[in-house]
Each structure stands twice: as structure tokens, then as C-alpha cells.
Design a protein around this ligand. Sequence first.
Ligand code: ATP
Ligand code: MG
Length: 406
Amino acid sequence: MTPPRIKLLIVDDSDQARENVRKLCRFDEDIQVIGEAKNGKEAVLLAKKLAPDVILMDINMPEIDGITATELISMEIPETSIIMMSVQGEQEYLRKAMMAGAREYLTKPFSGDELVNTIKRVHQLETKRRQQLQSAGPERLREGRIVTIFSAKGGVGKTTIATNLAVALATVGARVALVDLDLQFGDVALMLDLVPKRTIADLVEEAELTQEVVEDYLLGHVSGVQVLAAPQRPEQAELVSEELVQTVLAKLKKSFDYVIVDTAPSFHGTILAALDASERILLLGTLELPSFKNLKLSLETMASLQYPEEKIAVVVNRYSTDIGISLAEFEESLGTKVQGKVPSDGRVVVEAVNKGVPFVLSSPKSEITQALYELVKLVGWQAPEQQTVSKTGLFSRLMSGMRKVK
Ligand SMILES: Nc1ncnc2c1ncn2[C@@H]1O[C@H](COP(=O)(O)OP(=O)(O)OP(=O)(O)O)[C@@H](O)[C@H]1O
Ligand SMILES: [Mg+2]
């Protein structure tokens, strides 16, 4: 059997340069050009869609340059190898590109042999690396954390916080799955402007729920978050059993750093299955009496379920110092500390929902976004040391197309 061809994506803002690469690869049977992008932003989107083996990336491009695109792609699709293309005199940028995750570089102009040999060598190395990783065995890979956002009361902001927390985690480099367990009225997909093709209810049809099968049902958001949508019709909620939820979460935990679970306001069996499986529960409330009553009851219920105290973190949403009960009073009556506070910001939140863009991306500098990055810490995310990602994250840069190589 012949090995599959090397799938190549060409990224260059010059039409002629892309055409030239195409020509140079045309007669090589091992290489197949599967796409072309004219700038870094297109490259990131296409790379996610096409999953190329190798990307040939120009450094100097409008909107998002090759270095930023390389950073984003190597974090999100580490299986793809990136080869930088540059002209003489861009050595400093090349060094940055290699630090951003590029595997090799070619100085323009290059010959057909140079190009083809570099692509093959880089691909071969990556294949070998992957084989070694696989033979190391899955048990050596670290498992992710399940974090459930819960409140026994409706409308306190579970979905708002679940979606924005998931995206915030993705912007700092975590691999994140977001599961919508509001099985009757879930709106995670809607909030992220995604159109579900298949939902958690369709998983019932599968004979065996392997990691790959479950991953097949995920919808990719531009931030990198992978979403398992809630059923499209309320009556389909019944199809989803506790066992299904248990299995799905266990599988996702193997492939992601975080599995964020949005819930319906109830202790229904499927929600309990998620709460049981969680490493952390963000118990959400507001500084209002009905919410307080529900928080207290939820804490009592969770104590009777023998959840350890450190599993639960009370988070106050729509926090404001000038309305409702004072925080100190609230904590005292509740008998526990509030570990997270998210301010009220109707303008930012509503605008984001209407645009279908989470506010952590659309308003990266707002106070409410800063609060979400505090929740990122609360759920225990620590960036790997070699990562130098800013608080506002790579994706806000992607959205605003800021940093450019001049
Ligand atoms: N911090 C905030 N500031 C201003 N508005 C907010 C905030 N958090 C949530 N909201 C608004 O409150 C409403 C309810 O939020 P959301 O849908 O996230 O709650 P929920 O707990 O998921 O509700 P349900 O129980 O119905 O699923 C929405 O209109 C949302 O835009
Ligand atoms: Mg909700």
C-alpha cells in the first residue's frame, strides 16, 4: 500500500508566489496541495478546516502575519508542521517564527528540489514523533479536568459564564470542550453562532462510544473550543441517559485539558452525573435573596452527596457593590467564602450575545472579561512555562489583526 500523500497548505499574500510553489510541487507524487491562503487569518481558519500535514508559510503578510499565525496553529493543531518562507534579511523574524513553533525555513528563491526535500523531511520527522508519542501509551498522557457550571436557579448566567470561560481558557492555550447539558433548552451553540448538525442526542445511535466517535460530534468554534451541542428539540432530551453523559465526559476528558459543562437549573440525573464526574463545580448565584436560598440548598445537597468542600467554588454573577446584600453578610449567612465575582455589565453581555461572539473576544479590555480570566485561574489553569501568551490572548489579536511585521 502506498502511504497517503502529504497534504500541503500554501500561505502567501502574493498570487505569483503561491502559483510558483504549486508549480514546483506539481510533479511530485507524494505531495498534494490541498489549499491556499492569502493571509494569516485565512491560514488559521483553513488549517483548522483542512488539517494539512505541512503548511508553507510566508512571514510578511497583511492582517495577521506568519509568526502570529504560526503561534496560533502550532498551539491548536500541533500535528501540522509549519515551514516558514522568507527573503534574505528577515533572520530576526525567522528566529521568532521558529520560537512560535515553525519546524523549518526556506529562503526565497528556492529550487523545486529544496522545496520538495524540505517538505518531505519535515513531514517524516513529524510522523516519527507522533509514532513515538503513541507508543508511549495513552496512560502516560495527562487527563483533563471537568468543570461544571451549576445553579439550581434559572437565569443566573450559567450559559454566559460557561461559554466565556471556555473561550477564555482556549485563548490562553488550553484545549477545551464545552458540553451543553441543558438538554431541553440549551443555547450554547446559539451563543457561539454555531449551527449544530449533530447533537448529544444523536450519540445514542452509536454502537460504541469511543473517543474518536465522540469527537466526531463536536462543533469547532473559531476560538478553538469544541462544542457538544444540546438536542435541537426539547423532547429529545429524554434520549440522553446518565450513562451516556458519564461515558461522553470520560472520553472527552482524555482528549481535552478542560471539559466545561453548562447545565439546566435542576438536580436531574444527567446533571448529577456531570456534577459527580467534575473536578470542580462553579456554583453560581447572585446577591439576591431567592438566589441565596437556592445557593444554600445546593450547598446542602452537595454536602449530602459527600462532595468534598474544595470541589465547589461559589461564584457571584452580576456582582455590584451598590445593590443587594453586602458580600460579607452574604458569605457569613452562606457559611462559605465567595471565590469568584463577575460584575454586571448588560451592555457588553447583550451586545456580545446578539453578535454571537463571546464577550471575552469582543470586549477583551472590559472589567467583565478580566473577571473571566480570574475564573480561568480559579479552575486551575496554569500555562505551560514555555508559553508566553498575554492575558487578552492570541485570539483577541486574531480578531483585531493587530501585531504586524513591518
Ligand atoms: N454579568 C452579567 N451582566 C449582565 N447581564 C448578564 C450577566 N450574566 C448574564 N447576564 C444576562 O442574564 C441573562 C441570563 O443569562 P444566562 O442565559 O447565561 O443564564 P442561565 O443561568 O444560563 O439561564 P438558564 O437557567 O435559563 O439556562 C441573559 O440575558 C444574559 O445576557
Ligand atoms: Mg443557560
